[in-house]
Design a protein around this ligand. Sequence first.
Ligand code: TPP
Length: 583
Amino acid sequence: MSRSSTAEQFVQVLRQAGVERVYGIVGDSLNPFVDAIRRTEGIAWVHVRNEEAGAFAAAAEAQLTGRLAVCAGSCGPGNTHLIQGLYDAHRSGAPVLAIASQIPTEQIGTGFFQETHPERLFVECSGYCELVSQPSQMPRLARIAIQHAIGAGGVSVLVMPGDVLDQRAVHPTGEGVLFAEQATGVPGPEQVAALAERLNAARTVTLFCGAGTRRAHREVMELAGRLHSPVGHSLRGKEWIQYENPYDVGMSGMLGYGACYQAMHAADLLLLLGTDFPYDAFLPQAHTVQVDHDATRLGRRTPLELAVHGDVAATLRAVLPLVEQKPDRSFLDQMLREHARSLERVVDAYTADVEHHVPIHPEYAAAVLDEVAADDAVFTVDTGMCNVWAARYITPNGRRRVIGSFVHGTMANALPHAIGAQLAYPRRQVISMSGDGGLGMLLGELLTVALHELPVKIVTFDNSSLGMVKLEMLVDGIPDYQTDHAPVDYAAIAAAAGIHALRVEQPADVRSALQAALSHPGPALVDLVTDPNAMSIPPRITGEQVRGFAVAAGKIVLTGGVGRMLELARSNVRNIPRPSVVP
Ligand SMILES: Cc1ncc(C[n+]2csc(CCOP(=O)(O)OP(=O)(O)O)c2C)c(N)n1
């Protein structure tokens, strides 16, 4: 019996792992692999316009489904393009396998055309990265790489020279068993008892929830009811915990809102649940207990009174029988009232009378999008102000998903994430909330959407500005510089690419345009011309930052005329936190 090539064998292993597609761009050393895909049932090549987008698409697919997703780049530049998306995938814990094809084996180390050393390049954005230098290493290395991606949750890279892929396989492919369900970690009885003791001893407890509360909604609510705890969340925790949550006090961090910060600081005890929330300045740095399934995260943002290693849901199930019902809910009520007050002035202020505001107010547009989107829509969100609009206006319900580059924080993630999401869920509504900066950065992916006729809905918050950076500059006390640019008609560009597109300049047209796009059977883009001065001020800003804002405003008056300042002032005045935030 003639043996298959190493490339064919590798593709067989991918099929055994349930892989249905590989995102990438074909080329030279990768060709034997691509050809093996062409000849294998059940697996397809998804042509993207930039390997970076391929890696983002794989990251989204893996994050949403929890299953392995695969991308590939040819030797040299095809590899280096992968990096951004792989950082995003790895830092999000998405099980992604990247195939980095390599120059011919005999040329490695000679300074050959397109030579890089992917096994060095990808070290920081992967948990496993190995060179396959001869066919006899396969299929074992393929299985190890896959197991690593799934087992550790992150990126694996296989560096494969084209000549090795082309050679005949040495070992039989076999059917190694992979991909066991992750075990659920439960802390030992002593830790459980210590946790119960802390919770019972504290007069008031606030819960702060991250992405680790996925599958722990019921347990968190039960604990909050028992303790009368306000429940706050991080950006990544929002989709899992904010819905059907009578204890909700909002979100913390620079994009945050509501009474979360206050509840975390005012409680006797703060319980961090499944969160690696990075902004230590927003944590009280005292009276904190943390539960996380990853022990390496415990205590790395704040000193802890108690560190508990375990899955959040399992830990709470273990501790709940030992937790006493607290009699007094005055702290919770106070925080809920404070939360409602701050929402009225910070969030609702913008959507109250903006139906007539031209340019379109982005918060109004986001609020309408939230209303008209499907109950199980997948939102992919660009880094930049779209993060703020999504965090504040997209209402989670346990069925919707919201993903973004929430850890790596790169621009241009939303559209390629949407590509992966739509391929993973062909029948679900997938909405890319794109900044115009983000869309422009990977604009070629409109062609990917059109080519594959993916019914992705691209909602562009087109403010002709790098809005998030503009805000940063103002808050830092420097005038905004190089953030604004001439308008671009993204609807015309999308239409030229064959995408159903609408440019919307009047707020009265927002709803009908979004509805038309969402009900369009194929790809659609809505280019919303939005107000670049619609900014969002965090609920907690320091006196220094407020002063910085005033100084920047002064400089703009001096150099740019008052017209712009007036718009800026009008846009922001209703949103500036009340004096409580200014020392
Ligand atoms: C690749 C990359 N480059 C630069 C940045 C810094 N950055 C963060 S948000 C942002 C502006 C995004 O602009 P846009 O997509 O237009 O969205 P807006 O904030 O205006 O809504 C920039 C430049 C980044 N995060 N990633």
